[in-house]
Ligand binder design. Structure first.
Ligand SMILES: [Zn+2]
Ligand SMILES: [Zn+2]
Ligand SMILES: [Zn+2]
Length: 442
C-alpha cells in the first residue's frame, strides 16, 4: 500500500481505479489503440498502456455475482433493473404505450424432494416448522416432525429433516433440466393461448406475441425456481398494441395450464420432472399491489445472486478437490457429491453435471429474456461506453473525429487480474466501496 501510494504515478493509478468504479478484481489489459485518417493514412491519435502505471490499463471485471465483485454486480443489477423496467413502462427505446399491454408476474417453483426445515409466518407470527401429531419415523430412525420456530438466519433452513431420505438425485437433476422445462413451458403457453383464442399458432403470431424476461433464484434447499415477467404484445412486439380480444385473464389461464402440463424426462434414469404445485400468477399494474417498479427491483436483485446463498462454493469444483474438506454445510456437500456421481455416468454426459456441481447442477443463464421483451444489456453497456467516450472527448482525452473517416486499430492482450491486498485498501478508500470480509484473496 505504501509503495503504491508513494509511487510517482499514483495519481494516474488512482484515476484508473476510480474509472473502474470500485471493481474488486479489475482485468489488466496491455495494448494500444490507434486512430488513422482513412483518406491519408495519417496517424491522428495513439493511446498505449506503455505509459500507464505498470504498463497496464485496469478495467472492470463486469461480473454479475455480488459475492465476487459488489461494484460490478451493482452495475449489472442496475442494468437488469432498467431492462426489466423498460419492458414494463417503456424507455430505452421501448414506447411508453407498452404499459397498457397485459402483463403478469409469474413464479414457477420446483417440486418437493423431501421435507426440509422451513420458516413460516402467519400474520407476523412464526409458526412451527413441521408440526405433525402422529409423525412417522423414517427408515433411518428420524421422526419426520420439527416443532421449532426457526429464526430467519437459522442455518438449518432448507436442509432436510432426514438427509438419507432426501431425493438428492431428483434435486440436482431438476436444476439440470429446468432450462429445458422453462423452454417447454413457453412453447406450451403460446400453444394454449392460441387454442383459448380459437387460433392456430401461426394465426396467433400474426396478431400477438408473448414476451418474457426471467430470473432464476436458488431456494435455500438448493433448487432453482423462476420469476418471470410475461407480457402480451401486438404482432410487432412492444411497439404494437395487442388485439382487443387478448386479455390478461386469458393469458393467466394459459400460464396456469402450461405450467401444469409440461414435463421433461431424464430417460437414462427413467425420471420425469415437472414444476412444483406452488404456482404464483399475479397481474402487474402501474399502481396496484404489484407495481412495475417492485417487479423490476425484485428481478434485478436476484440477477446478482447465485448458488452461494445456499452455502455452496463460489467456484468450480476441481477434480482434485477433497469434497469432505470443503468449507460448506453438509446439505450443499451432498448436493455437490450427487452432481459428481451423476456427472460420471456416460448416459448423462450432456447434462455436464461435473462442471456445474458448484451450481448444484444448474447451468442455465440467471436472467434471460425473449428477443422482443425490451432493450438488451449490450445496448445499455454500449450507451454507457458512448457516454464515457463523449466525456473523454469533452475533457480532452480523446480527440473528436468523424467516425466514418477514421480507421481505429486496437490491439489488446490480457495481462492478469486483481489488486494486491494493499491496493485493495487504497481502492476501497478512493471509491468508497467495502472491503471483502476476509480481507481479500485477490
Ligand atoms: Zn468488478
Ligand atoms: Zn425445522
Ligand atoms: Zn430417513
Amino acid at each position: 500500500m505504501i509503495d503504491r501510494f508513494n509511487h510517482p504515478d499514483y495519481n494516474r493509478w488512482a484515476a484508473q481505479i476510480k474509472r473502474s468504479g470500485g471493481c474488486r478484481q479489475p482485468i489488466h489489459l496491455r495494448g494500444k489503440v490507434e486512430h488513422y485518417d482513412q483518406a491519408t493514412g495519417e496517424l491522428l491519435h495513439r493511446y498505449t498502456t506503455r505509459t500507464e502505471p505498470d504498463g497496464i490499463l485496469r478495467v472492470p471485471c463486469k461480473t454479475r455475482r455480488a459475492s465476487r465483485c459488489p461494484a460490478c454486480a451493482e452495475t449489472y443489477r442496475a442494468d437488469t433493473y432498467q431492462l426489466v423496467r423498460a419492458g414494463l413502462v417503456g424507455g430505452k427505446g421501448v414506447p411508453e404505450t407498452v404499459s397498457a399491454h397485459p402483463c403478469l408476474f409469474v413464479t414457477l417453483t420446483a417440486p418437493s424432494f423431501g421435507a426440509v426445515h422451513v420458516r413460516r409466518e402467519k400474520s407476523g407470527k412464526v409458526l412451527p416448522c413441521h408440526a405433525r401429531r402422529n409423525a412417522e419415523t423414517c427408515p433411518h430412525g428420524q421422526v419426520m416432525s420439527c416443532t421449532r420456530r426457526h429464526s430467519a438466519d437459522d442455518t438449518c433452513l432448507g436442509e432436510p429433516l432426514c438427509p438419507d431420505c432426501y431425493d438428492y438425485e431428483g434435486s440436482v437433476l431438476f436444476n439440470a433440466v429446468s432450462p429445458e422445462l422453462w423452454r417447454r413451458f413457453t412453447e406450451a403457453l403460446r400453444r394454449r393461448f392460441a387454442k383459448l383464442s380459437g387460433l392456430t399458432l401461426k394465426a396467433l403470431r400474426e396478431q400477438a406475441v408473448i414476451s418474457f424476461a426471467k430470473v432464476a433464484e436458488y431456494q435455500r434447499r438448493g433448487v432453482v425456481h423462476f420469476h418471470a415477467v410475461i407480457r402480451l404484445d401486438g404482432p410487432d412486439g412492444p411497439t404494437s398494441p395487442p388485439p382487443a380480444w387478448a386479455s390478461a385473464d386469458a393469458l393467466a389461464d394459459a400460464v396456469q395450464h402450461a405450467a401444469s402440463v409440461v414435463t421433461t424426462d431424464v430417460k437414462p434414469l427413467g425420471r420425469t420432472f415437472r414444476w412444483g404445485s406452488q404456482l404464483d400468477v399475479r397481474r402487474i399494474t402501474m399502481d396496484g399491489d404489484l407495481t412495475d417498479q417492485a417487479v423490476a427491483a425484485y428481478i434485478a436483485k436476484y440477477a446478482t445472486k447465485a448458488a452461494e446463498c445456499v452455502g455452496t462454493l463460489d467456484r468450480r469444483i476441481q477434480p482434485l478437490d477433497d469434497l469432505d474438506a470443503l468449507p460448506i454445510r453438509p446439505h450443499a456437500r451432498r448436493l455437490i457429491a450427487e452432481c459428481m456421481r451423476l456427472g460420471a455416468l456416460d448416459d448423462l454426459a450432456d447434462l455436464r453435471l461435473t462442471q456445474w456441481a458448484h451450481m448444484l447442477g444448474f447451468r442455465g443463464h440467471f436472467s434471460t429474456k425473449s428477443r422482443r421483451y425490451s432493450t438488451t444489456l449490450g445496448k445499455l453497456r454500449a450507451a454507457r461506453e458512448e457516454h464515457m467516450r463523449a466525456e473523454n472527448i469533452t475533457t480532452g482525452r480523446l480527440p473528436l473525429f468523424d467516425e466514418d473517416t477514421v480507421l481505429v486499430i486496437a490491439h489488446w492482450e490480457y495481462a492478469g487480474q486483481g489488486l494486491s491486498a494493499g491496493e485493495l485498501l487504497l481502492a476501497a478508500a478512493i471509491t468508497g466501496t467495502q472491503l471483502p470480509a476476509d480481507g481479500g484473496d485477490v
